[in-house]
Design a protein around this ligand. Structure first.
Ligand code: G6P
Ligand code: MG
Length: 210
């Protein structure tokens, strides 16, 4: 039985994955690297600094720690510009219905995101009141596929991992949930979500399951 659902944010609840892609794409172009959506799959769920390290590796470019810090500031500035107009309209299909259903059923709701921008995004989209636990990139040391983000969530929710269900759109997130000993449903395409207990196209499909 599922007593808590822990949601990833970008690409699961809110349509922000495209803006991360656009901002990384712009940065990669500046480094002389043509960044593809295939590359982008590998950045989903991964922290800002680790994403940059991957892009630098792919581009074959070396940067000092100070330069890397500047690049991260730049990427985030571009990302923040892109999400400035974010509103409840950017909630992905089925998000709100599922949050409401879980709340109605007394199932606890957590956020397990790598993003340091998570709070701002939840505010802009108006869904903060649904959450019993908010774990984001500001409180997590280890990036997905490490299970830290989900285990912290389970702890705050006071639900053992076996009774937690994670909803994820990234392979790193699926792997993290499994490493945490949780059930996991992938949202998106099966080819990017290996090892999920189930893969659905959008959250709307899940509303009737609770
Ligand atoms: C999520 C997204 C990644 C993003 C990471 C860090 O995991 O899927 O694309 O890089 O969060 O986000 P941040 O907003 O802190 O740069
Ligand atoms: Mg995601």
């Amino acid at each position: 039985t599922v007593k808590a659902v822990i949601f990833d944010l970008d690409g699961v609840l809110v349509d922000t994955a495209i803006y991360h892609f656009q901002a990384w794409h712009r940065l990669a172009e500046d480094l002389g690297y043509s960044f593809s959506i295939v590359d982008n799959e590998q950045l989903k769920g991964v922290s800002r600094i680790e994403s940059l390290e991957l892009i630098l590796k792919w581009a074959g470019v070396e940067k000092s720690e100070a330069e890397k810090a500047d690049l991260l500031v730049l990427k985030n500035q571009w990302y923040l510009e892109l999400i400035e107009q974010l509103s409840p309209d950017h909630l992905l299909s089925g998000s709100l219905e599922l949050l409401k259903k879980l709340q109605e059923k007394g199932i606890k709701i957590g956020l397990g995101s790598a993003s340091k921008n998570a709070m701002g995004i939840l505010e802009k989209t108006g869904i903060i009141p649904y959450f019993d636990a908010l774990i984001d990139g500001n409180v997590v040391q280890l990036s997905k596929p490490n299970p830290e983000v989900f285990l912290k969530g389970a702890k705050v929710l006071e639900i053992v991992p076996a009774h937690c269900l994670v909803l994820e759109d990234a392979q790193a997130g699926i792997d993290a949930a499994r490493a945490a000993g949780m059930q996991v449903i992938g949202v998106g395409l099966e080819e990017h979500l290996k090892g999920a207990d189930l893969v659905v196209a959008d959250l709307g499909t899940l509303v009737d399951k609770f």
